[in-house]
Design a binder for this molecule. Structure first.
Ligand SMILES: [Fe+2]
Length: 307
């Protein structure tokens, strides 16, 4: 059973528990999420001037567009202001800053009408982030930069929360990916040949749920949820921000969502930075995450999570 909880008045421990059971949580914009959205808009508007970011794709050759994004996105990701805004969001939503570790925020673009959906503006096929070596305790945070509609949102494919899907995650190793593929995103304009974990059987996309929050509204979900970019036919490019967190108590206790089908190796544990001082997760914990935990069968899972 999946629910969407809106502005739930619960503490962070309870929130993570619910997320690990597959619930989706949505929060109204906070002062810091709005500051982050403002900052992202400034950057996008500056980079794409004289065009409006949401419709610039109709005025630029795709090579030029990809080159502009390839220059702008890393600046946003690594700017100190982006990190400060994230820290503000965590404080405003009651996270323990000493225990919350976060990855830098990404700015994503989903262009309309198949203009560009590879490389720097990759249109994500159905996947779980845990297929890409994210730990089962990872929580994903996602927010739109401009207003979105159902036709340019993100979809969750709920039937796979408790059901495994044959997939290529066993062939994915995070360290290997970083060595070979990450740097090259902007060069893939027509076809993305980088080897990514994909479903290896037909996916039943429905029932699916799309959460439409306002700009700066925050959607939280477990990294184990199967989700995808909706084929965008809205006539506008969707700009969004996402980032990830882990809580160090969960990391140490190996708590998290149940693993139904992730077999990736390598770990992104060294990417997370502590909320207070940007320190890394202690290295002695990394070996716990070189492999995904033992997979659970759906019936077992259903008994375990029924309440
Ligand atoms: Fe994802």
């Amino acid at each position: 059973m999946n629910s969407i909880l809106i502005d739930a008045a619960i503490d962070d421990d309870r929130r993570r528990e619910l997320l690990f059971q597959g619930q989706l949580l949505v929060y109204a914009p906070t002062p810091s999420s709005l500051a982050l959205v403002r900052f992202a808009r400034e950057m996008a508007e500056e980079a794409l001037r004289p065009f409006e970011p949401e419709t610039a794709q109709y005025h630029l050759p795709v090579e030029r567009y990809a080159a502009i994004l390839a220059e702008m996105k890393p600046k946003f990701i690594h700017h100190p202001r982006s990190k400060e805004c994230l820290q503000g969001i965590f404080r405003e939503l009651g996270c323990d800053m000493n225990k919350t570790y976060f990855d830098v925020p990404r700015m994503r673009t989903s262009t309309s009408d198949d203009y560009l959906k590879t490389g720097i503006a990759y249109a994500f096929h159905p996947h779980r982030d845990t297929w890409y070596s994210a730990p089962m305790c990872q929580i994903n945070w996602w927010m739109p930069i401009y207003p979105i509609v159902s036709e340019n949102a993100m979809a969750f494919h709920l039937r796979y929360w408790s059901r495994g899907l044959r997939n290529g995650s066993a062939g994915y190793n995070y360290a290997e990916w970083n060595r070979t593929s990450r740097q090259n995103a902007a060069q893939f304009l027509k076809e993305d040949t980088r080897k990514q974990p994909r479903p290896e059987e037909p996916v039943e996309l429905d029932p699916q749920i799309r959460v439409i929050a306002p700009p700066g509204g925050i959607l939280l979900f477990s990294a184990a949820h199967l989700h995808s970019s909706v084929p965008n036919n809205s006539g506008r490019t969707r700009f969004s921000i996402d980032f990830r967190t882990v809580n160090i108590d969960d990391v140490a206790a190996q708590r998290g969502a149940p693993n139904v089908d992730s077999e990736s190796t390598g770990t992104c544990m060294h990417d997370y930075l502590r909320g207070t001082d940007l320190a890394h997760v202690p290295e002695e914990l990394y070996p716990l995450y070189e492999h995904q935990p033992t997979m659970v069968q759906a019936p077992e899972l259903q008994t375990a999570s029924s309440d």
